[in-house]
Design a protein around this ligand. Structure first.
Ligand SMILES: C[S@@+](CC[C@H](N)C(=O)[O-])C[C@H]1O[C@@H](n2cnc3c(N)ncnc32)[C@H](O)[C@@H]1O
Length: 259
């Protein structure tokens, strides 16, 4: 397809991410920012040869195409916004000669019985959009292959507190109203690490990219800046180890699926 025709076809879609189309061309969308670059660094650090990868909340496929380039055997991209799915399947994957296939799915409806298990799950920019964040992490755990990796990026509530916290502001009070008012679930770092441990994930690396000095100011000044700049975007590289899960607690909180 000629460049002008390609760009004209892309005009009918909305873009969150900017995807490199080769030959100096890029889709519309926001330039790749620090949190996405950190997600890409974690993806690049893994050996994905012949592995199954799931990109949850794939938007325009930035991370899916990157995982494929790293040699992944199969990349499944899911998003509940149809615009994103159609754009990947009808235009981007064809243009990039990619085998990435996108599916119009709410991630909360995914099951290992239907979708199988994955060696890498990229779960970026979605957790804080979920009204039921623990349910979201439970779905992710159920889709993990033992020993698989999770790259999680989410907004964390910067209270630097000693208690594990999950803050679930109403849409009107959301610190990220500008993004549609639907950012509604923010763990603090301790709360998120405890939730990940409960679900059998070991955090191997963590980064809060592009926030260095802002974070130091927040930490030094305590609650005052927290009221104004309460959220940082953190990126975690985690490994799933089912043996780390506490079976008693799992049955206590989630019931016994055998019954
Ligand atoms: C903030 S964007 C993040 C996009 C991309 N993962 C990134 O980090 O650059 C959130 C994306 O997740 C999708 N999304 C939000 N909730 C979802 C859900 N429950 N199931 C599937 N996709 C979801 C939205 O449609 C949107 O494309």
């Amino acid at each position: 397809m000629k460049q002008e025709d390609l760009m004209a076809r892309l005009d009918s879609y909305t873009f969150y991410q900017q995807v490199d189309l080769g030959g100096g061309l890029k889709t519309p969308g926001l330039p790749t920012g620090p949190k996405q670059r950190q997600v890409l660094r974690f993806i690049d650090s893994l050996d994905l040869k012949a592995k199954r990868v799931l990109d949850v909340g794939c938007a325009n496929g930035l991370f899916s195409f990157a995982a494929e380039k790293r040699g992944a055997g199969e990349v499944v991209a899911v998003d509940h916004t149809k615009n994103n799915i159609d754009c990947i399947n009808d235009i981007l994957a064809l243009h990039l000669k990619s085998r990435v296939r996108a599916h119009h799915v709410n991630m909360l409806d995914m099951t290992p019985e239907v979708h199988g298990r994955f060696d890498l799950i990229v779960f970026a920019g979605v957790l804080y959009h979920l009204r039921y964040p623990f349910r979201g992490l439970q779905v992710i755990r159920d889709l993990m292959a033992p020993g698989g990796y999770l790259v999680l990026e989410t907004g964390i509530f910067e209270d630097f507190g000693h208690r594990a916290v999950l803050s679930t502001p109403s849409p009107d009070d959301s610190p990220q109203k500008s993004r549609g008012g639907n950012a509604c679930a923010f763990f603090n770092e301790r709360g998120l690490r405890e939730a990940l441990a409960y679900f059998g994930f070991r955090v191997e690396q963590a980064a809060v990219p592009g926030q260095g000095w802002k974070r130091l100011v927040k930490k030094a000044l305590g609650s005052l800046p927290v009221a104004y700049l309460p959220i940082s975007n953190a990126v975690f590289l985690c490994r799933y180890d089912p043996d780390r899960e506490d079976r008693f607690l799992r049955e206590f909180y989630e019931g016994n699926p055998e019954r």
